[in-house]
Design a protein around this ligand. Structure first.
Ligand code: 5GP
Length: 374
């Protein structure tokens, strides 16, 4: 799922440029066949329809005319009164076969206004060609003859449609991605390439990478209250309680109020941690999307790590027993977390054998399938 930011709001892809092109061709073919031996006058309603009008008109193979109209509305002296004014019709409408080009038909109020004017000007026929149509919002009875796609009553941007002036230049159509952050728990045994894949995911989905190891070190180095508390347990040789860890994580998440989502790396490692994370994310109304676990056979990991140890000089990568133990610890932790997320139908195992790009494609596919799609 590709997510973009427009004016600080997240939008996700809803209708691809390929689907838009197909809709355009479909409508053009219908018009080309319905208006054989006629010379229609297309009236494109500005601003939103300019891109659709340009693409559609290039596919029309009839002798035809096009003109661009705009409905300028302004408030009358009475503040509740809105006065519409149609600008841009310079052609003689009488006796013409009109095709109104709209980017989107929502309530249909715009159409109603146009229809009445065109009828008054004695148009021969009036039809509507719109890329998008929201039947649930439509309040009028004018037949909408040519429709690219029917959509529910949602707010969309792109391909001429704007959000507060932004997004008209997007090739695809996007929908608001409210309360729908992409939150991923990423697991991968040592040697599975988790670091590389995290970085690629962060770039593609504009996520914040949160590693509990990094957060611990930063808190202790910065001597924050939580860092000092964690250190007091460690100094006594005790495990840092889950609540302290989760509090650190919360403090970190809260630093990014506009984040598109997070990758939690190395967390949760226990069921109480997983429960605490769920509770915390539920309070923010941004639940976990899925847990991704990279799977690589043990012998392959051992070979990779020993090879890496030779090049990097990392001592923990050089001793086969230490390597095996790290993998064992990982498997135990993953099993716990995997079982927890399996119950929620959020666990996805991903084959971690192959090139970096192959593995990355698999991860993206799992994310795109799991994320909410229209
Ligand atoms: P109407 O309600 O008159 O059918 O549509 C009026 C205008 O509202 C459309 O031409 C379009 O400019 C705008 N509009 C309606 N729905 C949407 C939407 O989902 N996204 C955007 N960006 N504009 C919309």
């Amino acid at each position: 799922m590709e997510i973009i930011q427009l004016n600080n709001k997240p939008f996700k892809k809803y209708i691809s440029s390929i689907e838009i092109a197909e809709s355009c061709t479909k409508i053009a073919n219908q018009i080309n066949s319905d208006y054989k031996n006629k010379r229609p006058l297309f009236l494109a309603v500005l601003n939103g329809s300019f891109i659709f009008a340009a693409d559609l008109f290039r596919k029309i193979n009839l002798p035809s005319d096009i003109s661009f109209v705009k409905i300028a509305s302004y408030s009358g002296t009475n503040s509740t009164e809105k006065i519409n004014n149609l600008i841009g019709i310079n052609e003689n409408i009488e006796g013409r076969d009109i095709i109104i080009i709209e980017d989107i038909v929502d309530t249909g109020n715009t159409l109603h206004y146009l229809f009445e004017i065109l009828k008054e000007k004695k148009a021969n026929t009036i039809q509507i060609a719109t890329l998008l149509f929201k039947p649930e919002a439509y309040k009028w009875n004018y037949p909408v003859q040519y429709v690219g796609k029917t959509i529910p009553n949602v707010f969309v941007v792109g391909y001429g449609l704007d959000y507060d002036g932004f997004g008209r230049n997007l090739n695809s159509i996007y929908i608001l991605n409210e309360n729908n952050m992409l939150n991923i728990v990423l697991f991968g045994p040592p040697g599975a390439g988790k670091g590389t894949q995290s970085e690629k995911l962060v770039n593609k989905y504009s996520l914040i990478h949160l590693s509990t190891g990094d957060i611990f070190r930063a808190n202790m180095k910065g001597e924050t209250d939580l860092g000092k508390l964690a250190k007091s347990y460690m100094d006594k040789g005790e495990l840092v309680p889950d609540q302290v860890t989760i509090n650190m994580l919360e403090a970190e998440v809260n630093k990014y109020p506009n984040a598109m989502g997070f990758i939690f790396d190395g967390f949760p490692r226990t069921v109480p941690q997983a429960e605490a994370l769920d509770k915390f994310l539920a309070q923010r109304n941004t639940p976990l999307t899925l847990m991704l676990a990279l799977e690589v056979p043990e012998q392959e990991l051992i070979n990779r790590l020993l090879l890496r140890g030779k090049d990097s000089g990392r001592t923990d990568d050089q001793d086969e027993n230490i390597v095996k133990n790290r993998i064992k610890v990982y498997n135990e932790q993953t099993a716990v977390a995997a079982a927890f997320y399996q119950k929620q139908n959020k666990y996805v195992a991903v084959n971690g054998i192959g090139s970096i790009d192959e593995i990355f494609q698999r991860l993206c596919q799992s994310i795109d399938t799991k994320s909410v799609t229209p």
